[in-house]
Design a binder for this molecule. Structure first.
Ligand code: TRP
Length: 333
């Protein structure tokens, strides 16, 4: 007998470049989950426009992100991989859920407050409504689990609140999702400020390694990485945060334990060490980048992935939306 798999849903905005921290924390884990769960992964371009975007860049980054996912190993045959704006149900359910969400709740959201401060000239309704659209994304697919970064916890909590609220007023309609809080980049620190986590939106791009960085850039950034005034390559996050961060990166990218990594650099200087870390990372990124480039040149294939993803996603989403419309009293044909 076939067991129905639990449903997993996640999405990423096609805005900033992803770092090796995002790769290790998110995409790599998605790949590990795609056999065990019924996975749906979206590219959240409707969320992206809550801050002003350049249209040509948004279009380009959308394709780049799709190609990157596939290049990293997300299998469009196993998962539903689609673009949010291709499925109209997101906007439709978000409208309904707006009437089950209080203005005060949205005003209290940390990300709304942060982004309002950052984009004070454009505090638009969409920015405030962002969590409701995210709730619509998740609830449309009846997701059991939502792997996200810890920064999305508040949005997931409000999604649960909205789902429970709706279910209580009518009858069970939405699966109440659980967050799978991945330590996005938790193990990876910024190269220039290793006590902070490597971020795709850090002020200084030299502290982050992006998945799109070429070999020379990767090696240059590692050469400039902050270490300490000592000369010993030893794992000691407390006293040697820079060196320890580099050792972690090296161990992950060369599939070695920390002890093996330390042994590789016994008696060697920081210069050699940093070069070796850079090379290990560049070696791992090269095939992903080559595959991304190959895919980007095959627009027909990418369009096909988007089209079949949208079709699969629409099928599921529409079912939920019809249920909702029925419960709230929308006359349907
Ligand atoms: N807000 C998420 C982020 O920036 C992206 C996102 C949009 C999302 N819709 C989602 C994540 C639904 C999980 C589920 O990281």
């Amino acid at each position: 007998m076939e067991v129905t798999k639990k449903k997993l849903y996640s999405a990423v905005q096609p805005t900033n470049n992803l770092t090796i921290g995002n790769y290790l924390g998110a995409i790599k884990q998605w790949i590990a989950l795609q056999d065990e769960y019924d996975c749906t992964f979206a590219i959240a371009n409707m969320h992206a426009i809550t801050v002003r975007q350049d249209p040509a860049a948004l279009r380009r980054k959308t394709l780049e992100l799709l190609a990157l996912y596939i290049a990293c190993g997300v299998d469009p045959e196993k998962c539903t991989l689609y673009l949010q704006s291709h499925v109209p149900c997101h906007a439709e359910l978000a409208w309904v859920l707006n009437t089950f969400t209080y203005v005060g709740e949205m005003e209290r959201m940390t990300q709304f407050k942060d982004k309002s401060a950052k984009h004070a000239d454009n505090i638009n309704m969409g920015l405030m409504d962002y969590p409701v659209l995210m709730a619509a994304d998740i609830l449309l697919y009846q997701a059991d689990f939502v792997p996200v970064g810890i920064d999305q916890r508040q949005h997931l909590e409000i999604t649960r609140d909205i789902a429970i609220r709706f279910n209580n007023i009518y009858s069970p309609t939405f699966t109440v999702p659980e967050g799978l809080y991945m330590k996005v980049g938790a193990k990876i620190g910024d190269l220039l400020d290793p006590t902070k986590k490597m971020s795709k939106s850090a002020e200084n791009a030299n502290g982050s390694i992006f998945l799109t960085d070429d070999r020379d850039t990767v090696i240059r950034k590692f050469k400039r990485a902050v270490t300490d005034s000592g000369n010993e390559v030893r794992f000691d996050p407390e006293n040697k945060p820079g060196v320890s961060n580099l050792l972690s990166i090296y161990s992950i990218f060369s599939d070695k334990t920390i002890a093996e990594a330390e042994a590789d650099f016994a008696g060697k200087g920081y210069g050699d060490f940093k070069l070796a870390v850079g090379e290990a990372v560049a070696d791992k990124l090269a095939p992903i980048q080559a595959e991304q480039t190959r895919l980007l040149a095959d627009r027909e294939y990418l369009d096909k992935v988007f089209a079949s993803g949208a079709e699969k996603a629409y099928h599921t989403a529409r079912k939920t939306l019809s249920k909702v419309y029925k419960k709230i009293g929308f006359y349907q044909l």
